[in-house]
Design a protein around this ligand. Sequence first.
Ligand code: ATP
Ligand code: MG
Ligand code: MG
Ligand code: MG
Length: 567
Amino acid sequence: MRTSQFFLSTLKEAPNEAELPSHKLMLRAGLIKRLGSGLYTWMPLGLKVLRKVEAVVRDEMNKAGALELLMPAVQPAELWQESGRWALFGPQMLKIKDRHDRDFCFGPTHEEVITDIARAEIKSYKQLPLNFFQIQTKFRDEIRPRFGVMRAREFVMKDAYSFHTEQPSLQATYDVMYKAYSNVFTRLGLKFRAVAADTGAIGGDGSHEFHVLADSGEDALAYCPSSEYAANCELAAALPPTAPRAQPAEAMRDVDTPKQTTCEQVAELLDIPLSRTVKSIVLMSTDGQLQLLLLRGDHALNEIKAGKLPGLADFRFATEEEIRGFFNCPPGFLGPVGVDRSRIRVIADHTVAAMSDFVVGANKPKFHIAGVNWTRDLPEPDLVADIRNVVAGDPSPDGKGTLEICRGIEVGHIFQLRTKYSSAMGCTYLDKDGKTQPMEMGCYGIGVSRIVGASIEQNFDEKGILFPAAMAPFVVAVVPVGYYRSEQVKEAADKLYAELLAAGVDAVLDDRDERPGVMFADMELIGIPHRITVGERGLKNGEIEYQARTDAAASTLPLAEAVAQIK
Ligand code: ATP
Ligand code: MG
Ligand code: MG
Ligand code: MG
């Protein structure tokens, strides 16, 4: 590509709306343009990056044996009513009507559509296992679209769905996809971590998320440097690990007679069924008086409202301000909260440490605090142990060291759905004995467009973006100095550019007739990994200047070695 025939539109300053470096740089480099809240146009330069990410994802999916298809973005309501998610998915789903007043949604995800395909197309165990994937636009009406393409409303996802006769076959494909995901993020040059994860609105049993590590990440991750243990604190989180903390010893000071209480005991006390929807619960008491109850997730709140948790019937729902005032904590992290009048006193040790800093921070008098983990019925007990309130330095759940906390940007998520959708939607096959069985299912998502932002969040400097070659819009920029004034420069630059293209290198020739400083700044801002400067002076000695985007200064190379240097 020649810049004179391309469309570069770089900015000196980032628009005010951008908070994160990646968002600012994507706008400044002209990769994206904002249309509305959470809606972005991928400009030609940005689209090149997006397509390169897609290509790596597609390649690894093909290698993993998944088959590409493309499902409609707009989906009929009936399918979602069958799965039960039409009512449950909540305001993230954009519901629309057609001219006949029929209900549709713009797909936030595609489990229902693919299950509908599988139940119609797959009849026999002989056809299984199968794994389908697509790379496609999703719409989620996010409550707070922000960070540009990282939390957009319209975004590009790679989603795959696998179908199996038995769980071991699902496990095998899950493992293959886990490996494929690791390959994708490695090839894209990302520093990432896979963690055990919550299943959210998608549902199912086991699940892992893949996180690009970045301080600006929205998720807190707990991991053990000396073992394999890693999990998203969201698994049962109610409190942010970034909050200021007291030392556990100090926190424990005011707590007399700590006593371990099991989930079952508390469940009995409160008359709450142990369920998957009520995942965590934290009780706080002063002098045996229950003050606060933190429940995780809207489901828990809805169950209380619907009277399904009789033990909590007397709860009043405190406002977020009340709770924040109580804990003296910043906005944005507390989930649904209730306040009760009954007398309960239970203490579980490590939650004390986690909660007490708020108590200490708020200068409250004596508190007794209890934590209970409600995730008992999940698989992989080692990984989904109670990590809701872990802090750096806590022992780890697998007994092999102490925990560290870091932050991450979720770029991939894999789930063992088991038969959640196939049972609800009658997606069955005939087994060897001619018996009808529901299919086992897995699903696997990658935030293709989010990856572009997440990569920049990890790779930038004061000059701009540092794209790894695998996703850079161009791999090398040939910058001629005096292209239109020196026959020699023009000839050498054109020839070098042609040779790079012939060698399969995605090169750009900056033939804009700008000052070298302008061309250098643009190529640095948009993150081109290699730059070759062709000038009259160097050519006299048969030399060019080479500078990697990460090099502090340029070095001189024989012109004849330039192509080999890039390849
Ligand atoms: P998040 O926790 O960030 O809201 P999610 O858990 O809701 O993500 P999944 O349902 O697991 O998302 O979807 C698969 C992938 O799609 C995510 O891992 C993420 O990379 C990407 N993704 C989800 N929501 C968005 C969004 N609003 N903008 C861009 N990418 C997104
Ligand atoms: Mg989400
Ligand atoms: Mg998530
Ligand atoms: Mg997820």
